[in-house]
Each structure stands twice: as structure tokens, then as C-alpha cells.
Write a protein that binds this ligand. Structure first.
Ligand SMILES: Cc1cc2nc3c(=O)[nH]c(=O)nc-3n(C[C@H](O)[C@H](O)[C@H](O)COP(=O)(O)O)c2cc1C
Length: 314
């Protein structure tokens, strides 16, 4: 395989996106990814505009202002516009928006000369993204770590249906962590893949060491999609998960769930390493992850394996 259209669009050597992830993908991870020839994404979801500014300055420094740096902005926070402006002021030209309507900021971002990719979980929603004018969509199956669609469409079923419905490039996400998953997604018609769970367990991710080690021990059946009444999220099972499950089994309302959640559970779990009371967002593919490599080594392993599998070179 030679460079495809998405590689040109995103200024990347390999069609891989390191997912933007709350509490996990700061400057270090995004810069290491950009330097390894894939799209490095700073996850703005857990950052104030001021903190995002610091991370982007650091990422620019670590990469020498590479073009293949992007920001993921979930569209549900009150400071979304400031996050977008801070990113533009730091020279970011690639935006991955999620968790909101693609209509809200796409045309404004395009007017600023940006490339916009929106993350979605069904062919119907993907079509809305295309109609809103995005350059590409991320189609994320229900295997994925983090927040998720309510329709529970798995990656294998989702990708070909989104590819058939759209005329813009489709990036596959959810349950992809090695060359086999990448080859399967590209054969299904995706132009690139986005990996989240795999990049949580890299040296440069800011996930706490306790969280990384819990992933090494996780069995494939140890994640579950929870909180479908509120914000569906795939979690690693722990005491926090048990508490949510009990509440859901007792038909808790959205208000009950919000009250129990309180604030800062995701930070407590993923950044501070509280494996008991913290929220641990991770995908089904966690069961396959048995190491914590550097981003450089991980990307080169995937690309070498991909070349052997498919006899194609990038
Ligand atoms: C720890 C974690 C945090 C995440 N945070 C975000 C986020 O802030 N914004 C977002 O759009 N997606 C988020 N995601 C989803 C990823 O962007 C990605 O689409 C997903 O991880 C892909 O599936 P995989 O985990 O099976 O690789 C998160 C995923 C994980 C594992």
C-alpha cells in the first residue's frame, strides 16, 4: 500500500491516529506519536484552556512544530470555544471533535483553515457529519474504551456500513490494537485507524502506572459499557464499577447516577491511580495488551507486522 489520501490530508506517514484521551494524552504522548509518523492528538477534554495552551506549547517544542499534531475537543464543555481558539493560536490545524453536534463548530473551524474530523458511532450520525462539512469521520465501534454510542454497533459491522454511506474518508476505531486489526479495518474500507486503549499502555501516556498495570492483568471480559442512561462509557471492572452496576440494577435515575459520580472520578482512577474508587476507561481489546512499549517501538512494530501480513509497504 502506498500513501493514501488520509496520510496526505493529515501530514502523516502511517494511517494511524493516537486517540485523544482524557487524563492520558497530553503533550508527551501526542509529541511522541507525531514524531513516530502518526497523528498525535492532545486530549483537551480534561484540560482548561490555560492547561491546553501549556500542553500545546510543549508539544510544539518537542516536535519542532510538526503539522501532524491535532487536538481532540469534546463539544460538551462550557469552554469549548476557548479551547478551539487556544489551539488555533498554537498553530493547530487538525481538530477531532466529539460528543456533540458536528454542526456547531465545523463551518467556523473550516473558515479558520482547519481540517475537521468528527467521531461518531452509527452510519446515520456519520451521514450528518458529512452533511455538516467535516473532512473525515471516525467511526467508533462499541468495543471502544471511553465514552461510547448508545447503539452498540460493533466495529466490524459499523465500518463497511459507514464506508458505503459516505463519500469522505472513514477512520475506524474500537478494538484495534495491532497490525491484524489495522489490516482488517483497512480491508473493510477504512482509510486509517484510531487506537486509544493501545496507547494508554505506552511509556509516554500520562495514565498512572497502577492503571497501566491493571490493563496488563485485565481479561477480555473485564470491561463493560455502563451508564447508558447518562453518558455511556466502557469501564474496567472495579469497586467504582460495582457501585454503578448496583445503582443501575436498582433502576437508578440519571440524577442518582450523577449524584453518586460526584466530581473527578476519572482523574482519580486514570491519572492518580486509585484502582478502587476511580473511573477506569478502557476498551475490550485491553485483554490483548501485555506490554508498555515506547510509542516509537509500538508504531514500528505495528507497521513491520502490517507489511509482513499484507506484503504492502507504506
Ligand atoms: C482512557 C480513554 C479516554 C478517552 N477519552 C476520550 C476523549 O476525551 N474524547 C474522545 O473523543 N474519545 C475518547 N476516548 C475514545 C478514543 O478516542 C478512541 O476512539 C477509542 O479509545 C478507540 O477504541 P479502543 O480503545 O478500542 O482503541 C477515550 C478512550 C480511552 C481508552
Amino acid at each position: 500500500m502506498t500513501k493514501n489520501n488520509i496520510c496526505e490530508l493529515l501530514s502523516i506517514k502511517y494511517p494511524i491516529i493516537q486517540a485523544g484521551m482524557v487524563w492520558v494524552s497530553g503533550a508527551k504522548l501526542a509529541a511522541a506519536s507525531a514524531n513516530a509518523g502518526i497523528l498525535g492528538v492532545v486530549g483537551a477534554g480534561s484540560m482548561s484552556p490555560e492547561l491546553l495552551d501549556l500542553h500545546l506549547k510543549k508539544a510544539n517544542l518537542l516536535t519542532g512544530n510538526k503539522k501532524n499534531l491535532a487536538v481532540n475537543v469534546p463539544l460538551l464543555y462550557s469552554k469549548t470555544k476557548e479551547q478551539l481558539e487556544v489551539s488555533l493560536n498554537n498553530g493547530i490545524r487538525i481538530f477531532i471533535t466529539s460528543a456533540g453536534s458536528p454542526k456547531t463548530y465545523t463551518s467556523w473551524l473550516k473558515d479558520q483553515g482547519a481540517i475537521v474530523i468528527h467521531a461518531t458511532s452509527s452510519p446515520e450520525l456519520a451521514l450528518k457529519c458529512e452533511n455538516a462539512g467535516v473532512d473525515a469521520v471516525i467511526a467508533e465501534g462499541f468495543e471502544a474504551g471511553g465514552h461510547n454510542g448508545r447503539d452498540e454497533i460493533s466495529t466490524f459491522a459499523l465500518i463497511p456500513q459507514v464506508v458505503d454511506a459516505l463519500s469522505i474518508p472513514v477512520i475506524a476505531a474500537g478494538g484495534i490494537a495491532d497490525a491484524r486489526g489495522m489490516a482488517a479495518a483497512l480491508i473493510l474500507g477504512a482509510s486509517a485507524v484510531q487506537m486509544g486503549t493501545r496507547f494508554v499502555n505506552t511509556i509516554e501516556s500520562s495514565a498512572h502506572q497502577n492503571f497501566k498495570e491493571a490493563i496488563l492483568k485485565a481479561s477480555p471480559s473485564e470491561t463493560m459499557l455502563m451508564m447508558k442512561k447518562y453518558v455511556p462509557v466502557r469501564l474496567l471492572k472495579n469497586t467504582f464499577y460495582d457501585e454503578i452496576k448496583n445503582l443501575e440494577d436498582q433502576c437508578a435515575t440519571q440524577e442518582d447516577l450523577i449524584k453518586h459520580l460526584g466530581h473527578g472520578r476519572a482523574k482519580k482512577g486514570m491519572l492518580e491511580g486509585d484502582l478502587v474508587h476511580g473511573e477506569l476507561e478502557i476498551g475490550q481489546i485491553a485483554g490483548m495488551i501485555k506490554d508498555i512499549p515506547s510509542v516509537h517501538d509500538l508504531v514500528h512494530q505495528i507497521i513491520n507486522d502490517y507489511s509482513k501480513l499484507t506484503l504492502s509497504k507504506f
